[in-house]
Ligand binder design. Structure first.
Ligand SMILES: Cc1cc2nc3c(=O)[nH]c(=O)nc-3n(C[C@H](O)[C@H](O)[C@H](O)COP(=O)(O)OP(=O)(O)OC[C@H]3O[C@@H](n4cnc5c(N)ncnc54)[C@H](O)[C@@H]3O)c2cc1C
Length: 435
């Protein structure tokens, strides 16, 4: 079969990789670079070439088992580095204009860095939220329940709900703090619950790839034997042809294919499908997914971290003017004095920028959870399939890959790479431990 794939994010690239070498794939990507929301830049920091993930960064071999198998299959398991993902949350005081550290969670002990957690009542409120969310997980409460239904009944101070709990969860998707209330509660809490800390005095242990997630993009693209990749060429429009589909790319070239996989944002998928008869229901469902525009900047300016270095964490969330934005410090990751900050709404840009990028982050609402069923029912209609992070579970590298696996199961259940992925022992080679 000849299969067109629109979108070279993880969903599109891994679909092409899974279908190879059984089928001939043609991958279209409007940007000159591959990877989509996985975007690694390399910058010189203190004389060292330092990879920085502007987009997706944190992964977990335990919480993301399919991704762990893919890393194993392409030989990247040994590149996993453990990252203690500690969190500081500071709030800008409107009166003084100065930040107050409300919470600095535990961080794995480090003899060279006299770090001091700031816990107190705010930590108690966070524990109350995590405990209630874990109960919802155990009871398998509907994903259509909103975050305010989870947070409002908690017996914690109003101030902690408004200045700590909603801002913490808003920071994960870059939305404003008021919009966070409408997110799916199960989706909003998943990143907190799935990688719990090993003990109360340590941070949750996530992982990064030593050379950035871009190394997975490169490995997948290099391992296509019967696939063509066309960077700089998106899918412009689609027509139903005799015995298949006609794809017209943004350079005006026509491609006749048997199947089309749309591994692109849902709004763009709706734009391509709207002219085709019989697609109104799926297009309406695709239009339900809500995205937030964010800018992320790599830099070497510690301005967004607390004045007292003992309260620094791997992630520092700053609450200001109705927004909460994260800075990731690379010190605990690879020793670099480099930072990655969400800078969309910051009053001041960082002084020493290295690179920046814009993305659209998914804010998963109950309406979007319902829309998934409609998209699922339309899978394969007229030879068109959907893949992407928005189709299942939470917005993550794992869900993008799981969507690619589900699409390949429909198109080519006998694909050898699919069989290998599904039968590969979990964590076939274990990632290195810390230290
Ligand atoms: C800033 C940020 C941080 C994140 N951090 C994490 C994290 O730490 N851990 C984690 O697991 N997840 C994280 N995520 C989520 C994760 O990155 C995504 O879920 C996943 O990478 C999305 O993959 P995808 O292939 O579904 O979509 P995308 O990566 O968005 O790829 C879609 C591709 O389609 C292309 N496209 C658009 N229109 C067309 C067209 N007409 N024709 C052809 N191609 C088209 C786009 O250019 C893009 O390359 C983060 C996301 C963002 C934005």
């Amino acid at each position: 079969m000849r299969i067109a794939i629109a979108g070279a994010g993880l969903a599109g690239l891994s679909t092409a990789w899974l279908l190879d070498p059984l089928h001939h794939t043609v991958l279209f990507e409007p940007q000159e670079r591959l990877g989509g929301h996985s975007h690694t830049v390399t910058a010189e920091v203190d004389g060292h070439e330092t990879p920085i993930d502007l987009g997706a960064q944190h992964i977990s071999p335990t919480a993301f088992p399919a991704l762990a198998n893919l890393l194993d299959a392409v030989g990247l398991t040994q590149d996993l580095i453990p990252v203690p993902l500690s969190t500081t949350l500071q709030v800008h005081d409107a009166a003084t204009g100065r930040p107050e550290v409300l919470l600095a969670g535990p961080h794995t002990a480090d003899p060279g860095w006299p770090r001091t957690p700031v816990l107190g009542a705010a930590a108690g409120s966070l524990t109350a939220l995590v405990t209630r969310a874990a109960e919802w997980e155990t009871r398998d409460v509907s994903w259509e329940r909103s975050l305010d239904e989870l947070i409002e009944p908690l017996e914690v101070p109003r101030d902690h709900k408004d200045r700590l709990l909603y801002p913490l969860l808003a920071s994960f998707v870059g939305c404003d703090i008021a919009e966070a209330r409408e997110m799916s509660a199960r989706a909003a809490m998943a990143f907190v619950l799935r990688v719990p800390p090993a003990s109360p005095d340590t941070a949750p242990l996530w992982h990064n790839l030593k050379n950035g997630l871009g190394s997975l993009t490169t490995a997948l693209a290099a391992d296509l034997h019967h696939g063509e990749i066309h960077p700089g060429r998106g899918v412009d429009h689609v027509r139903r042809g005799r015995d298949g589909l006609d794809i017209i790319d943004t350079r005006g070239h026509h491609h006749h294919v048997d199947r089309l996989v749309l591994a692109i944002p849902p709004g763009e998928a709706a734009r391509l499908l709207e002219p085709l008869a019989g697609t109104s229901a799926v297009c309406a469902a695709l239009g339900t997914f809500d995205y937030v525009d964010v800018t992320v900047t790599a830099h070497t300016d510690p301005t967004y971290l607390p004045a007292d270095r003992r309260h620094w964490s791997t992630n520092t969330i700053t609450v200001h003017n109705g927004w909460s934005e994260t800075t990731t410090w690379y010190g605990p990751i690879n020793g670099a004095q480099a930072f990655k900050s969400w800078t969309t709404h910051r009053p001041q840009p960082p002084r020493e920028p290295l690179a920046d990028a814009t993305f659209r982050q998914l804010r998963l609402t109950p309406a979007a959870i319902r829309a998934r069923d409609v998209v699922g029912q339309a899978q394969g209609d007229g030879g068109v399939h959907f893949a992407g992070h928005y189709l299942q579970d939470i917005d993550s590298q794992e869900s993008a890959l799981l969507s690619a696996i589900a699409t390949t199961q429909r198109i080519a259940p006998d694909s050898p790479r699919l069989t290998d992925m599904l039968t590969r022992a979990p964590h076939a080679s274990d990632p290195p431990e810390k230290g």
